[in-house]
Design a protein around this ligand. Sequence first.
Ligand code: FDA
Length: 358
Amino acid sequence: MNAAHPDESPYIKFQAHGITSSLFKADPGLASFGSVLPTADQPAGGPLIMRQGLLWLSEQRRAFNFVRRNRLARKFASRFVAGETIEEAVRAARDLATKSITSSLDLLGESVTVESDAIAARDQYLTMLDRMAAAGEEVNVSVKLTQMGLDIGEDLCHANMVRILEKAKQLGGFVRLDMEGSAYTQRTLDFFTGRLFGSYGSHCGVVIQSALRRSESDINDLIGLKARVRLCKGAYLEPPAIAFPDKKDVDQNYVRLMERLLREGNYPGLATHDETIIEHARRFVSRERIPSDRFEFQMLYGVRRDLQGRLRHQGFNMRVYIPFGTQWYPYLMRRLAERPANIVFILGNLIRESVPGR
Ligand code: FDA
């Protein structure tokens, strides 16, 4: 399968805490959800430069080849990526299931430009669905339309999605269309509502990003359709004309859209690790008497495992997005870029686990 070649990615200007940086690339690979917005515990400045370095490294194929062969690096990656094979991903889902946490499996890779790669990715998804069912797990996957060949042709993408959705339907499963960069927002929504929703509406859903200015109107439409929505902040570098440049506005919009979805949406997925927002959601549902089986929290594999467990323990539905596959290197680098403190954290864990007798 082809990951987008780094040099194909256009440069984009990105406003971060007043600093306009053209060093970031609008890499379609950011689809693997490395948030590039500055976070509260990671303001611009030194960490911004570190993030730029990590994002640059994420695009270096030679670094990937080196890292992929390195045992320590593979162990490092295993914090955020379940492995390279379907078996490893299903095992991770089974482990989570022992804690009553559900999963959504994601085969890493996107922006496919060769038909045989799109078909190979589709076949992997079909196997994933079967293996989840065989393991007795709830069948749930997340997929990117560009991985299914959207850029090659809509009919190819549609044929691939129909195969996946037919199987998901047969197994009582669910397929989430991940949301990619803004160049794909309208196409993804049109594809979802126009080509998939009619036949597979109860087996597929879509993602909305609170970073985008248009999202309120998209949420209105999706609520009208009773479509299932996952709400996230958005992982892409977008120009200010399209997206809120200020993280504060992205967060505020998240809360606004979340409240609407909680009140009127069809089993929304609240995808965030933001404790303030999660706390807001908890208070909101309690005040509005919204039962906890009407929505779920969603988080990424390896991120805030403490919070995942805590929320589940408090009786909330929790789903973890489990990425796996050979394209793990860019995903890992973006996780680290998102929060460079993870490097220290993971190194500390590795050292502790490698010291005998501990
Ligand atoms: P934010 O980035 O503000 O982080 C809030 C806090 O969470 C941080 O302060 C930190 O404590 C913690 N945190 C966040 N990331 C961390 C990390 N890597 N390591 C440790 N702590 C971390 N995006 C997209 O564009 N399209 C999509 O389809 C999806 N799909 C998706 C599914 C799921 C299940 C999740 C959880 C996320 C996505 N995303 C996504 C990614 C999303 O848009 C966003 O980039 C990340 O979730 C980070 O944003 P937060 O909401 O966590 O907030």
